[in-house]
Design a binder for this molecule. Sequence first.
Ligand code: NAD
Ligand code: WQD
Length: 349
Amino acid sequence: MSKKVKTDRILVTGGTGYIGSHTVVELQNAGYRVVIIDNLSNSNVEVLNGIERITGIRPDFVEADCTDINALRNLFLKFPDIKGIINFAASKAVGESVQKPVLYYRNNLNTLMNLLDMMGEHGVKGIVFSSSCTVYGEPDENPVTEQSPIKKATSPYGNTKQISEEIITDVINSGAPFKSIILRYFNPIGAHPSAEIGELPLGVPQNLIPYLTQTAIGVRKELSVFGNDYNTRDGYCIRDFIDVVDLAKAHVIAVERMLEDKSDKKIEIFNLGTGNGLSVMELINAFEGATGVKVPYKIAPRRVGDIEQVWADPSYANNVLGWKAETPVADTMRSAWKWQQRLRERGIM
Ligand code: NAD
Ligand code: WQD
């Protein structure tokens, strides 16, 4: 594959993880050189092979922890051409964060603060930060815009996202010599259509799609659908499920926007969602329709802490970034299923 290589290098923290790996593929397809830093706490170094098989390029990789400032210093010495950072590295399990709050605050916040320190020291032009629709909590109205109220976080994980947004805002407002784009993801699902990379949950999945595909392939007996008595059109929770490749593409646009100074603003926030809320049952039906595979499920009690319904108004990202989620949900269901089957073929699941 011949690509016009750009001179700028992007540091992708957490780049062997789920969203990070898909983003590295899109960055490399766009001609960026990439270096990944990941401590492999929630991913596998094998992912680099998948990225290489898709793009023909093996990204540079440093196995290290972003909370280790000396490791970051060494990385910047080795790669002085880093001009942008995308910070995916974080611990992300909501339930675990309630049990181990210090681990979450330390990992997620120290990672961010170390990176912000490095940026000033090394002339990096911008940082893209992975935030979450979790900042909107249970919204008063849907869809949510970037101006919708931020609700008090209900978990330490969610709080790290809110605090991180505040840290970035304070640092930018203090006159830092770089820009930031904060991306609030809704519910990323699916995998690369090649099935070379995808989501690899460790242990019992907490999220809907990995649990669903593991049930469909027989690893789990049945999917528990948490609650059917919500005040929604069919009684099930509603989410804005967004294809991970669509999501990844937004990061390339965001990086380019900062590196090429396309905006006068030093800090910008965008919702990344489809704009369409789908209920849990609608998603199960979409999976069955797209793959022809039945998912055994039972209706179970509501899950404590679940939001009833939330979906994005993505028009700001659509209009300003020129980005739009475009993958039909049936295609996303097929990619998720193909990935699950690939894991089975490889004897992983
Ligand atoms: P992931 O766990 O698959 O990827 C995160 C990666 O970061 C992993 O590879 C992990 O090993 C690495 N990592 C964690 N702490 C690190 C550290 N201190 N140093 C180096 N590497 C470290 O998660 P993901 O789903 O790809 O999420 C990426 C980002 O997006 C996270 O910040 C997450 O909070 C955010 N986010 C995810 C979702 C979602 O539903 N997946 C939704 C909204 C926001
Ligand atoms: C989706 C829907 C469940 C599993 C979480 C985080 C959020 C963000 C995205 C990072 C809900 C239902 C699930 C199952 C089910 N992450 N469900 N049976 O809870 O919207 O968001 O991931 O920022 O912060 O909280 O995603 O996939 O867990 O659940 O019925 O076995 O599926 O009740 O309605 P959620 P999810």
